[in-house]
Design a protein around this ligand. Sequence first.
Ligand code: NDP
Length: 243
Amino acid sequence: MGKFAGRRALVTGAGAGIGRALVIKLVEMGAEVFALSKTAANLESLKAECPGVKTICVDLSDWTKTREAVQKIIPIHLLVNNAAFASVGPFLTASPEVFDHMFSVNVKAVMNVSQVVTGDLVARKQRGTVVNVSSQAGQRALVDHAIYCPTKGALDMLTKVMALELGPKGIRVNAVAPTVVLTALGRIGWSDPAKAGPMLARIPQGRFAEVEDVVNAIVYLLSDESDMVNGHILPVDGGFLAA
Ligand code: NDP
């Protein structure tokens, strides 16, 4: 029997990249997994690859539709707020529309989904764990990331406040802070060797993270093995944040 047998899990941003790999891992570990994302074709191919998965197609920037969709699948004991939107560009031309959208997906939706999931657990007097997927960009300024960095800084602080308020109710809340992973999102900022080279030079282990590196850290924070870890932002960065 898997480590997460009998537990219900929700992963947002599950159509691609880290979220998709995490869904497959959690199914292997015995959880009943709900995969939420916004592009139906990605969810269909995930279901074909991993038939046990249940899928939810919703755009997290829609507060009401997201809330309704999540309310239909509670209780959820293991929540991973992984979805994010990223775009890069100079501070001087950053637009209010992109600012609002990025904060809506990367921060506000985390509050929304987490309120539904953890509010329900509190009402049921059940335990649970939440992992937010943040970034090294929440703790270090990066050129051309004038909106993305602040979304992750805000997510780190949201994580800590949630940990303070929900810890006494039996719900742990932590985050992971990966360095670059060359998923579709990672390639937006780092596919240019002129940018990737200097970033690699700042990572003591000399490589970007693999999807599996991040998945393993999330699984640890979801599991009872991290039972005394709460309100922590775990770097998965090869040492980038140590400098
Ligand atoms: P990907 O771009 O590979 O995947 C992101 C997933 O999120 C996609 O499935 C996408 O949906 C989904 N998504 C995006 N916006 C929405 C939305 N509005 N509503 C619902 N789903 C949405 O990204 P990664 O796997 O690289 O990123 C996962 C997390 O890791 C993010 O929080 C990111 O900030 C963080 N991170 C990534 C790093 C990297 O270098 N890659 C480094 C540090 C942190 P769909 O496919 O259905 O369109």
